[in-house]
Ligand binder design. Structure first.
Ligand code: GDP
Ligand code: MG
Length: 201
């Protein structure tokens, strides 16, 4: 994929702030610190379009980016940061739930898990919700540079033990080395070209 333009569109804390228009979009979801901002920047070849932060759990909004004026990347807020209150966690879920359930341009979600660690209960809940909403999913294992090839089958097996097979293919990705970029783009192109969904409710 050749990236001509990639620009920040909107930071939405409520559904009425989601951008209008029918361009297809793909969303990125995962725990805080999983490497989501780094992955988005790497995919788009931009150094700091999506903010990378050493303070996990700070972003509470859904951030929309327009790519090539053709489709949107949607950065869902990271979850699982232990230090946030119950209320903040519930607000997080409510916002993501309304987005996933109702967002008509949404074609698919990239679910990121850290290749070094087994997924969590919240990863599993997200996965169940996406399946219930019939949202196609692509499973990406991040920070692949930290997991030698010989340990990858075990890492994937551990992830699937919790999540089940999220997508037929799981993609090991590294924002450091660029591993997985081409493979993930191929998956994203297929997702973005898929038929629009019907409103779930
Ligand atoms: N080794 C390695 N570190 C990464 C990779 N991607 C992200 N990180 C690091 O993980 C931390 C969290 O990354 P960030 O993109 O902000 O995660 P986010 O909270 O999910 O958006 C940062 O210190 C990044 O430098 C990767 O592919 N390899
Ligand atoms: Mg981030």
């Amino acid at each position: 994929m050749r990236i001509h333009t990639a620009e920040f569109l909107e930071s939405a804390g409520r559904a009425d702030q989601f951008p209008r228009g029918g361009r297809p979009e793909v969303a990125f979801a995962g725990r805080s610190n999983v490497g989501k901002s780094s992955l988005i920047n790497r995919l788009l070849g931009r150094r700091a379009l999506a903010r990378t932060s050493s303070t996990p759990g700070r972003t509470r909004t859904i951030n929309f980016y327009a790519v090539n004026d053709a489709f949107l990347f949607v950065d869902l807020p990271g979850y699982g940061y232990a230090k946030v209150s119950r209320t903040v966690q519930e607000n997080w879920w409510a916002l993501v739930e309304v987005y996933v359930a109702d967002r008509v341009p949404l074609r698919g979600v990239v679910h990121l898990t850290d290749a070094r660690h087994p997924p969590t209960e919240q990863d599993r809940e997200l996965q169940e919700f996406l399946a219930a909403m019939n949202v196609p999913c692509v499973h990406v294992l991040t920070k692949g540079d930290k997991v030698p090839r010989g340990q990858r089958a075990a890492a994937l097996g551990a992830a699937r033990e919790t999540l089940g097979p999220v997508s037929p293919e799981a993609i090991f990705f590294s924002a450091e080395t660029g591993e997985g970029v081409a493979e993930l783009w191929r998956a994203l192109e297929a997702v973005l070209a898929s038929a629009p969904r019907r409103p779930a409710r």
